[in-house]
Ligand binder design. Structure first.
Ligand code: GTP
Ligand code: NA
Ligand code: MG
Length: 298
């Protein structure tokens, strides 16, 4: 049965935090030290999501990072009542402390019931005050473990690479107590991370696989867009034939461009897919109409 087929899947992690606190630098630094290790050309393509291999307690494990503006991803998943990410990394600059978007990120993560790991960044800087950051965070219900709370806070430097291994280790520690299972033996479903229209390739969508395995040739509906997977590219710009749970791939073959946050699902045949696609299109038209009507009423 379906339960027998459940297997552990890698955690999907989103990086959030105030502007200029170092989210992109932190991601780049993790990517450079971790992803570039095993490959010749390094990162050649950006697909808005990528995975890194981490040695954790002697096992080779994987972590998938979503490189989307965190708030968009959280807003989309809140609207749908589902979780796209398993863990939120809250980046707070040690020389700047808690700022408006830090507070916003905390409330987004709490509303979505996503566990938070705090990365106190820029500890290499002269004005760094990691303890002050911890103190400020307690006002928002995040109390560090070393002060008797249950929030993991790791002082890091995205520039020097200091403690990034500890941060990755902590992410895996938190993921161990989450129920991160999926069935790779069923047809795929998941969420559109981003999508755009490419002049040469047509609609291009980055899909996060949340359950099942996506394969070239699969017939799917993403949002209301019908398609057949023509080609898939992973975060290392490699063509792949299959994509398993928690992984994200760029997919060609959709008829239209779906929206970020839309769900996608694979169907056994085109007839079923077509029926779902047109039902979804009707639904979208209706909700647009309702939105227009209610905005006119005020
Ligand atoms: P937005 O995407 O604009 O919100 O910013 P961000 O959070 O992605 O920050 P970004 O990575 O762009 O870093 C902002 C600045 O801080 C850049 O000049 C980085 O070089 C610098 N910076 C990031 N991390 C560190 C760090 O650990 N130490 C020091 N000294 N500087 C850092
Ligand atoms: Na920046
Ligand atoms: Mg950035």
């Amino acid at each position: 049965g379906d339960l027998d087929s459940l297997q552990r899947r890698p955690p999907v992690v989103t990086i959030m935090g105030h502007v200029d606190h170092g989210k992109t630098t932190l991601l780049d630094s993790i990517r450079k030290t971790k992803v570039a290790q095993g490959e010749a050309g390094g990162i050649t393509q950006h697909i808005g999501a990528y995975h890194v291999d981490v040695n954790h307690n002697g096992n080779q494990e994987q972590v998938v990072f979503l490189d989307t503006p965190g708030h968009e991803a959280f807003t989309a998943m809140r609207a749908r009542g589902t979780r796209v990410t398993d863990i939120a990394i809250l980046v707070v600059a040690a020389d700047d402390g808690v700022q408006p978007q830090t507070i916003e990120a905390i409330s987004h993560a709490k509303a979505a019931e996503v566990p938070i790991v705090v990365a106190i960044n820029k500890v290499d800087k002269e004005g760094a005050q990691p303890d002050r950051v911890k103190q400020e965070l307690t006002e928002y219900g995040l109390v560090p473990e070393e002060w008797g709370g249950d929030t993991i806070m790791v002082p890091v430097s995205a520039i020097t690479g200091d403690n990034l291994d500890t941060l990755l280790d902590m992410i895996l520690l938190v993921s161990e107590v989450e129920d991160l299972y999926a069935n790779p033996d069923r047809s795929a479903r998941g969420t559109v991370i981003e999508a755009h229209l490419d002049k040469a390739k047509g609609p291009v969508a980055t899909l996060l696989i949340q359950n099942g395995t996506l394969q070239v040739g699969d017939i799917l509906v993403a949002g209301s867009s019908l398609g057949k997977v023509r080609a898939m590219v992973d975060d290392r710009a490699q063509r792949v034939q299959v994509a398993s749970p928690s992984f994200a791939v760029e997919v060609l073959g959709l008829a239209d461009v779906p929206a970020a946050g839309d769900e996608f699902e694979v169907f056994p045949d085109e007839k079923q897919a077509r029926a779902v696609s047109s039902a979804k299109a009707d639904e979208q038209r209706q909700s647009r109409l309702l939105a227009a009507m209610s905005s006119r009423r005020v």
